[in-house]
Design a protein around this ligand. Structure first.
Ligand SMILES: *[C@@H]1O[C@H](CO)[C@@H](O)[C@H](O)[C@H]1NC(C)=O
Length: 296
């Protein structure tokens, strides 16, 4: 909030400024302030005075939470430590989503695995209710040993998925050039849940959840949203310029040469599924956005 500490000579102006800062910013978070536990009762817990959140899954239920705020554009960071050991059959979903049949959605889903076998990071983008844009990755580290940062940069030009600040996927706004709908007008909440999906998640459902290992636990910390909070039908960013942000680089963030190199590295070495390369699935031709750029 340091950039909100501007001084104004008139107290009225300064309090108006502060109000718009508070509306537009939800920075370094406290889970009590920023999130509601939405299901799973005691299986979801906020700990350490709001600095840590844990979700658990046992045989009778999973658990989940969602942000109190809705956002329309921003950069959202969360550190997550995934279910360790034999996590086969479990899915930890972490995503942004709006509501309704033509909703937009930006997904990270972590598919568990047997001890020693790699997690799969599944990603997708929905716009106007339509997804089918899956890309999946293995990671270059063990996501259960420590917290790692998973980020979504969402601006008017593109969506960038980042892992420890390394871009793994970019979804460009090709609305005007190719007519591909882009999430740009529906505010989204942040959601996360831990649940059992052993009918499909691990090796396509072949490996079942080992309930003797339950409860399964995923942990969250250091939530940060440099984002435009939606309130009363308006974006907090309409009322102020980028000076109100702690860090406004996300607003026109793209990939520079170094970013493109890292994206290429991830896509060459760690991508295990790409809908844009799945010709069998799209016999009528690949989705339009697949043709328009190498880096999707
Ligand atoms: C689990 O490990 C197997 C074997 O390495 C791998 O093929 C698979 O992609 C991994 N992930 C999931 C979610 O099944």
């Amino acid at each position: 909030m340091s950039s909100c500490k501007l001084s104004f000579s008139k107290p009225l102006l300064s309090s108006l400024f502060l109000m718009s800062c508070l509306m537009a910013l939800a920075s370094a978070g406290n889970f009590y302030q920023d999130f509601d536990i939405t299901w799973g009762d005691h299986r979801a817990q906020i700990l350490n005075g709001g600095q840590l959140l844990t979700l658990t899954l046992d045989k009778s239920s999973g658990s989940g939470f969602r942000s109190k705020n809705e956002y329309l554009f921003g950069r959202i960071d969360m550190q997550i430590k995934l279910v360790p050991g034999n996590s086969a059959g479990t899915v930890t979903a972490y995503y942004l989503s709006s509501q309704g049949p033509t909703h937009d959605e930006i997904d990270f889903e972590f598919l568990g695995n047997l001890s020693g076998d790699p997690y799969t990071l599944h990603t997708n983008v929905f716009s106007q209710g339509k997804g089918n844009r899956e890309q999946q990755f293995h990671l270059w580290f063990d996501p259960t040993k420590a917290f790692h940062t998973y980020s979504i940069v969402w601006n008017k030009q593109r969506i960038i998925f980042l892992v420890d600040n390394i871009p793994i996927r970019v979804f460009n706004n090709l609305e005007s050039s190719a007519g591909v709908p882009f999430p740009k007008s529906q505010p989204m909440r942040i959601y996360s849940s831990l649940w059992n999906a052993d009918d499909w998640a691990t090796r396509g459902g072949l490996v079942k959840t080992d309930w003797t290992q339950a409860p399964f636990t995923a942990s969250y910390r250091n939530f940060k949203a440099n984002a435009c909070v939606w309130s009363a039908g308006k974006s907090g960013c309409d009322t102020k310029n980028s000076a109100g942000f702690e860090d406004a680089t996300w607003q026109d963030q793209g990939l520079d040469a170094a970013g493109r190199n890292r994206l290429r590295w991830v896509q060459q070495k760690f991508m295990v599924y790409n809908y844009c390369a799945d010709l069998k699935r799209f016999p009528q031709g690949l989705p339009l956005e697949c043709k328009s750029s190498r880096f999707l």
